[in-house]
Design a protein around this ligand. Structure first.
Ligand code: ADP
Ligand code: MG
Length: 445
């Protein structure tokens, strides 16, 4: 192969050699960090594999053969693979009425590429019973295991190989078990490659990379996103929280923001977690939009408070901070409705836990989230008991120990998510990697 290094990273060249030089493998799992160059090389392997399938079709005198292109959903196949194919190779694929497309290589029979959606077993329907001459599974860790097994079974054509592209997940994930088992038993039919973000340093904007390193929370998220490790995390979720930096006194806050500034220059949002037997909680976050900073200025946490008492508390906060939005846990819709009936601007909170702790964790790491000492009731106590669940790779769900943590997350993650949506609506045309987008990102949350 002529100087592949002109086009590919060192890691990608390694993977390409493995693809072409080693003929024993049936399943290749390329996993690792985000933006590590996995999909770029895997899309290339996909084309090589489809071409090989066409050669087999010719050898076996078949009018055409089939190949499986699998991803979590049609949307992710489009954005991760087909759009990328267009940018990288200027290739367009035209779908037929069954949602498949044909790839034609000169002088070879065509290859029919059939989509399979792996997120649920409904995705099996499109490939049931077929004989495939290979498969490419994007975001393989999101695949339902039954669908994954079925794809493997379908790949019974001569030389059929499966390429998997994935971010890491928990160490107990079925894909990780396949990787480990193959290593332990020296099974040459399964090969795997591990990417870190540094494997793709040459193709990432240095500013963007620096930003990612500085903003990815230490611990599980850094280990997965940057180092590409299969881990469920251990220890506390907000490992970057430093009481010396992330807690300030009311006096320090008042010195930074004049009363006029506090009244008119800051924006306030609240988070609400309703509870009776476990703690109920309302927090108020002050947002300094210009400096991208967030402060917890109120935390009201109580057990055994009736709905009415929470409404009175919210009304009191409205008198103090204005008609601010309350982002609420909607596990109790009747509570949210009661807030709304009382004239409080109550909304359903953004509830994705992992994404929420990523946002809050990132702000903590950058010391862009600070907590006012005098406002704290249970915050600090909960923070140091708020651990990763080693089984699920999510924050541990422990009754009574995460109420304030949840409430803070609702307030901040909902606000950030809404801002993010506004921003992406107005900047849709911008490319992800452009300097502009990077600059935008720096002031993002
Ligand atoms: N060999 C390469 N040449 C040019 N750009 C590349 C190369 N490899 C990756 N990239 C670019 O780097 C970014 C991240 O690569 P990608 O393959 O999407 O990473 P991953 O799938 O690991 O998240 C993308 O913008 C991609 O186009
Ligand atoms: Mg990718």
């Amino acid at each position: 192969m002529a100087n592949l290094r002109n086009v590919f990273t060192e890691k990608q060249v390694e993977v390409l050699h493995q693809f072409t030089d080693n003929h024993d493998w049936k399943l290749m799992i390329n996993s690792g960090a985000v933006r590590a160059g996995k999909t770029f090389v895997d899309n290339f392997l996909f084309l090589l594999a489809v071409r090989h399938a066409a050669e087999i079709a010719q050898e076996q005198h078949k009018p055409f053969v089939q190949f499986i292109l699998a991803g979590a959903s049609s949307k992710t196949i489009q954005s991760n693979i087909l759009d990328e194919m267009k940018t990288t190779f200027d290739l367009d694929f035209t779908f037929d009425k069954h949602g498949s497309f044909k790839v034609n290589f000169p002088k070879l029979p065509p290859v029919k590429v059939v989509m399979a959606y792996t997120k649920s077993i409904a995705g099996l329907a499109s490939i049931r019973g077929m004989t495939a001459y290979g498969a490419y599974i994007n975001e393989a860790s999101l695949a339902n295991e039954l669908v994954f097994d079925e794809i493997q079974k379908r790949c019974s054509g001569k030389d059929a190989r499966i390429i998997c592209d994935t971010n890491p997940d928990v160490p107990t994930h079925f894909l990780k078990k396949i990787i480990d088992r193959a290593r332990e038993t020296n099974d040459r039919t399964v090969v795997s490659n591990h990417f870190t973000i540094f494997d793709n340093e040459e193709n990432l904007d240095p500013l963007y990379l620096e930003h990612l390193l500085n903003t990815t929370p230490t611990g599980m998220l850094y280990d997965r996103d940057i180092l590409g490790k299969w881990t469920s995390g251990e220890g506390i979720v907000y490992a970057d929280f430093d009481v010396k930096k992330n807690i300030i006194t009311r006096k320090q806050f008042d010195e930074m923001y004049s009363l006029a500034m506090q009244r008119h220059g800051l924006k306030y949002v609240a988070g609400v977690d309703f509870g009776y037997e476990h703690k109920g909680c309302i927090v108020v976050i002050a947002v300094d939009k210009h400096r991208g900073k967030y402060y917890m200025v109120e935390e009201i946490t109580h057990k055994h408070w009736q709905k009415e008492r929470w409404i009175l508390t919210a009304q009191k906060l409205v008198r103090k901070y204005g008609n601010i939005p309350f982002y609420c846990d909607y596990a109790r819709p009747e509570y949210v409705a009661a807030f709304q009936d009382a004239g409080i601007k109550a909304f359903n909170a953004y509830k994705s836990r992992l994404y929420g702790v990523e946002i809050v964790g990132s702000l903590i790491k950058q010391v862009r989230f600070q907590v006012i000492k005098e406002a704290i009731d249970y915050f600090e106590k909960e923070l140091f008991e708020y651990n990763w669940d080693e089984k699920t790779g999510d924050p541990e769900k422990k009754d009574g120990n995460d109420d304030v943590m949840d409430t803070v997350r609702y307030a901040i993650a909902t606000y950030v998510n809404l801002q993010d949506k506004k921003r992406s609506n107005s900047n849709k045309a911008q490319s992800y990697n452009s300097k502009l987008a990077v600059a935008d990102n720096l002031g993002l949350i």
